[in-house]
Design a protein around this ligand. Sequence first.
Ligand code: AP5
Length: 215
Amino acid sequence: MRIILLGPPGSGKGTQGDLLGEHYGFPRISTGDLLRAEVGAGTPVGLEAKKAMDSGGLVDDDVVNEMIRRRIGRNDCGKGYILDGFPRTVPQAEQLNAINSKREEVVADIRVADERLVERLSARRVCSCGAVFHAINRRPQIEDVCDACGGRLIRRGDDSPEVIRERLRVYHELTEPLIVFYRQKGNYFSVNGEADVQTVFAAIRSKLKDWILEN
Ligand code: AP5
């Protein structure tokens, strides 16, 4: 089984992906995290990707497709996996199908209005260990310190108001067409992502019951 989390920047794909991963025992694969690791390591892919990421644009399809092909071939994906932030364009979705068309697939679209997303992302704080916080909704116990590892929390470089606006523009232009793409395939559902985290999680799980058998 592969669960694809669709939704605009800040809709909660990472937050819900972690909860679903824990619940079903699937790894969460985030192309954003994979790309940030390349940027952090200063690889040629990272240096190229950084330009697009800093400006709110998308990294080249071929680069991301290859990254996903390698990642989903790893052993931990045998039972299933969760894709967070991939596919993000129709050509990426077609490529995913070409890499592995046999895997059963379901798409959960987390819907949140743009105004809400700007507020959420401006207040997001992240740790290099991957933990995500929010200055109002999910505060760390000690200000600017990660509850999980004690690391220092920072604001992501692309969470500035002007880059957030560009990410939303790119989402509407290039990623939203995937809604029609997956609706036509018949494996799509949406949930209201404006409710609190646990309510959204319960809504996704309830819809996933049509696809995934639970004990
Ligand atoms: P990526 O890291 O994937 O960023 P994104 O898609 O813009 O999504 P975010 O990580 O910003 O948000 P999220 O939906 O995961 O929300 P979160 O759970 O953190 O990609 C970054 C960049 O990499 C892209 O711009 C692009 O350049 C490049 N890239 C990545 N994938 C690519 C691809 N496939 N092709 C080409 N380029 C690619 O939550 C956000 C905040 O809200 C947090 O503070 C959280 O605590 C809070 N929150 C979450 N849920 C709730 C809730 N229900 N109520 C209140 N607050 C909530």
